[in-house]
Ligand binder design. Sequence first.
Ligand code: 6PG
Length: 238
Amino acid sequence: MSIEALPGAARVLTDRIAVAAAAAQWVSEQAARSNPFRIALSGGSTPQFLYEALASSTFKSGIDWSRWQVYFSDERAVAPDHHDSNYRLVHDTLLSKVPIHPANVHRIDAGGPDLDAAATAYSRLLEAESGRPPRLDVVLLGVGADGHTASLFPGTPALDVVDAWATRGRADFEPFDRITMTFPAINAAAHIGFLITGNEKAAALRGVIDGSAPAARVRPDDGELLWFLDAAAAGTLG
Ligand code: 6PG
């Protein structure tokens, strides 16, 4: 298997800091082209370095943050200040450091008792703000070692939801239910960027290539798909 077998285009960088810098450059270029600029952000350890790069002096002053409308690919059923909240991660690493108006940050409200209602509300919000299907400018994603992306986990019903832009998700390795964007919502985006670092993603990348991983179902309907890999992740493909 080789990196050319990945769907879309791939860029290989030395390490996760270089991945973050390259992805930040790409995001800032997309942001310069769209007003408003609608972007969905993910949680996870890899994107964190991207958010820190965007908030750093290298990128911060060159970005018109007033254009930004921020969405989330997925969220755990926790309060927004919880350690495991993706909103908390994005807030602490990016939103609290750049001038994005709070009204332009559309978090998934997964902290209440009714997750189905929260998923429906987010689905409606995506459609009301960016159309049917929702045409986000950029969706940023990671891939878990099991091949999941957003909160679309192997063997779960969320993988097959086609009548909503957001739905419930569930990971079998942690106590939290989740809400996630669905494949139809992700695939409607204009640009999709995956951030993958570390050799522990080897099986997941192979699963993308052979079609067995949930992340293999990310195929933009009419858009760009780009993989930012570090050398460790890319090296596992030979
Ligand atoms: C979350 C994510 C998830 C993540 C992958 C990769 O769990 O909150 O949105 O889909 O992107 O699990 O995470 P790492 O970058 O930490 O490996």
